[in-house]
Design a protein around this ligand. Structure first.
Ligand code: CA2
Length: 143
């Protein structure tokens, strides 16, 4: 069975505890359950992770290449808007990366309008709350 990595960046471990008006009230574990269900129906396996550390995200992107995963769904959190290291890693690995956001950064503060992740990602799903992850998984399945 093919695997899809779902990588989550800084502060997303706090999901469901603060700012529900922006990010909703589901926790990351709730999203993992929804993704597992959808993945099973699509015949895929999910490997979902979260870290607050940029270099760990880079290491996991490298691991995606080494282990031959089908695709990576990446919500890099605020590193989306700052990280040339993530941009370089996405370009380097040769695995399709789908950028995911709960909110729509384009409709928020100007500093969220630039996405280094988006400069190399194959696709982007944003602004749908937890459904962003599900839609991204469906797009990954179709690759
Ligand atoms: O909308 C998204 O998914 C974001 O990637 C979330 C990031 C933000 O920096 C991006 O611009 C858009 C922030 C994640 C922080 O998550 C929190 C969750 C609960 C409480 C506080 C922060």
């Amino acid at each position: 069975m093919e695997t899809v990595f779902v990588l989550n960046g800084p502060n997303l471990n706090l999901l469901g505890t603060r700012e529900p008006e922006i990010y909703g009230s589901d926790t990351l574990d709730d999203i993992a359950v929804m993704l597992d269900e959808r993945a099973a129906a699509l015949g895929l396996a999910i490997d979902m992770r979260q870290t607050n550390h940029e270099g760990v995200l880079v290491d996991w992107l490298h691991e995606a290449r080494e282990t031959g995963v089908k695709a990576v769904l990446l919500n890099a959190g605020a590193y989306t808007h700052t990280s040339i290291a993530l941009l370089d890693a996405i370009k380097a690995i040769g695995v399709p990366v789908i950028e995911v956001h709960l909110s729509n950064p384009q409709e928020r503060e100007e500093f969220r309008h630039i996405s280094y992740v988006g400069m190399a990602a194959a696709d982007c799903v944003q602004g749908l709350g937890p459904r962003s992850y599900i839609v991204a998984l469906e797009r990954a399945a179709a690759l």
